[in-house]
Ligand binder design. Structure first.
Ligand code: AHM
Ligand code: MG
Length: 340
């Protein structure tokens, strides 16, 4: 698959504004919210690139040359996003992997009709060793958009199918932004020389089937028999040459799902005997990725249910996940039911 399928020179801000203008009832508020978020992502793209130079790597209690306490990069990312978003007047509340409770909009700022949840730096175990990391975000409308009061937990605990937009930035060999507002998935690549995300791939489609699976096999001793059977089956050569599958596992969900979006196959973080709900968080990790995967024509399941139908019951709730090519995820579900 080519990695550039458009000849248009379009920035993400223009793309979002045009999408908004196509809706007759649009007030432009979502576009302005996303413009603020893009600023945060551009700052993070810069900071991730300069991480080793900035003394921000690793868990540290040290003090930098300016006498400031040095923060972990993931906490820094959390703050950058909050500071870019708290005063715009578009949000009523935020939540993040790095903050225990709700992130409230300060009293002095207007409360808007949207809710933002995010994982500021996904793949934290890879930060210190220069391996790809990312930022995941998801936007909902608040339950009652006519209110101008602070948002509540109820506004955050909405099922994934109600997302207005979702995306991720991936800080890899280049920084890419993968975004959807329900009109398919578009990919933008950051050009650091002009400070803009430019459209590089329109309407990305996940192949119906892939030949790559992605899972932390170090946990295999804790998997149930059906999952073991599925992974063994993936590794058994088939007469048609489709199997065996290759294993790829980066350990950053953003990067493992990004590869799956282009090449197809399946990314899994299952439940196991010590963590029945797996590791990944429903609200700000799995639901936004599931939205993007479905928007690209793929399938996203917790093994038995469509991820986007699940109503969260807690902010930091975990959920098993199987994301990727439609046929691969269907096959995994069959095995997990014991139908194979
Ligand atoms: P994080 O949000 O603390 O970075 O944890 C989430 C990450 C995912 O990006 C990745 O898929 C998973 O944890 C890897 O976990 P493991 O090391 O157990 O395989
Ligand atoms: Mg994460």
């Amino acid at each position: 698959m080519p990695f550039l399928n458009t000849s248009k020179l379009v920035t993400i801000e223009r793309h979002i504004a045009e999408e908004g203008a196509a809706h007759p009832t649009s007030t432009g508020e979502l576009s302005r919210l996303l413009r603020d978020l893009m600023l945060a992502l551009r700052i993070l793209a810069r900071d991730v690139r300069r991480a080793g130079l900035n003394d921000v790597l690793g868990m540290t209690d040290s003090v930098n040359t300016h006498g400031e306490r040095v923060k972990r990069l993931d906490l820094h990312a959390n703050e950058v996003i909050y500071r870019a978003m708290d005063h715009g007047g578009h949000l009523c509340v935020m939540a993040s992997e790095e903050s225990d409770g709700l992130m409230r909009i300060p009293d002095e700022y207007k409360k808007g009709k949207y809710v933002l949840v995010f994982d500021p730096l996904d793949g934290s175990s890879n930060i210190d060793v220069n391996i790809t990391i990312g930022t995941i975000f998801s936007i909902h409308k608040r339950v009652d958009p006519t209110l101008d009061t602070p948002g509540t937990l109820e506004d955050i605990l909405q099922p994934g199918w109600k997302q207005v937009a979702a995306g991720y930035a991936m800080y890899g060999s280049s920084t890419v932004l993968v975004y959807s507002s329900g009109n398919g998935v578009d990919v933008f690549t950051f050009d650091p020389t002009i400070g803009e995300f430019l459209l590089t791939f329109e309407k990305l489609r996940i192949p119906k089937r892939g030949r790559i699976y992605s899972i932390n096999s170090g946990n295999a001793h804790k998997w149930d028999q059906n999952l073991r059977d599925y992974v063994s089956w993936l590794l058994r050569p088939s007469d048609d040459g489709v199997r065996p599958y290759s294993l790829r596992y980066i350990g950053t969900m953003v990067a493992d799902v990004h590869r799956t979006m282009y090449y197809g196959g399946i990314f899994m973080y299952p439940g196991d005997s010590s963590s029945p709900q797996g590791k990944l968080r429903l609200v700000y990790e799995v639901a936004p990725m599931a939205f993007l995967v479905e928007q690209a024509g793929g399938r996203a399941s917790d093994g038995t249910r469509r991820i986007l139908d699940i109503v969260p019951t807690a902010l930091h709730q975990r959920i098993p996940c199987y994301l990727g090519s439609e046929e691969d995820v269907l096959e995994a579900e069959r095995f997990l039911r014991g139908d194979r």
